[in-house]
Design a protein. Structure first.
Length: 168
């Protein structure tokens, strides 16, 4: 069987979800008749050709990575159609499945993280921007309702420094 390791992970995830009271159904459809099926097929073919950073990155569902900017709470992102590199560190599922993504802006020129922000994303895009990884994204132009419109590419970010342990 092709991709036996991935099938094993998928079926184990389905079992874990069932224990949590979540139901996951698989539906096979012949051909690519629906818009979402065509979009998924296109994305899969592009990813297969591209390879690279996004190959089996082992996203842990429900994970929260640590914030790279100390103190404070996330502010609404001042969306104005920018294309920036973000590093998500937390996600919340909101009304109708929309995701509220808390993130830092990563400035490539200075290689630093800037402030804590949040913006919204549809569920499909929210699943693409994994916590703790870098993503070049495009925002909408509404600063009152900042929203990620598309994920352009994955960006390799430097590893965070190790956490300091408190001495007792």
């Amino acid at each position: 069987m092709a991709n036996e390791d991935l099938w094993d992970k998928l079926l184990k995830t389905q079992t874990k979800a069932a224990k949590l009271g979540l139901r996951i159904d698989f539906k096979w459809e012949k051909g690519k008749k629906t818009a979402i099926a065509k979009q998924a097929d296109k994305a899969a073919k592009i990813a297969a050709k591209r390879g690279g950073i996004e190959v089996d990155i082992e996203r842990r569902p429900g994970s929260v990575s640590r914030s790279m900017v100390a103190g404070g709470t996330a502010q609404r992102f001042p969306a104005a159609g920018q294309v920036v590199v973000i590093r998500p560190y937390a996600k919340k599922i909101m009304y109708k499945g929309e995701n509220r993504i808390s993130f830092h802006i990563y400035e490539e020129a200075t290689q630093t993280y800037v402030n804590k922000f949040y913006a919204f994303a549809d569920p499909v895009l929210g699943a693409e921007v994994h916590n703790g990884n870098g993503h070049r994204v495009r925002f909408n132009t509404d600063p009152n309702y900042p929203k990620l419109l598309e994920r352009i590419e994955g960006v390799l970010l430097p590893k965070p420094p190790p956490k300091r342990r408190r001495s007792v």
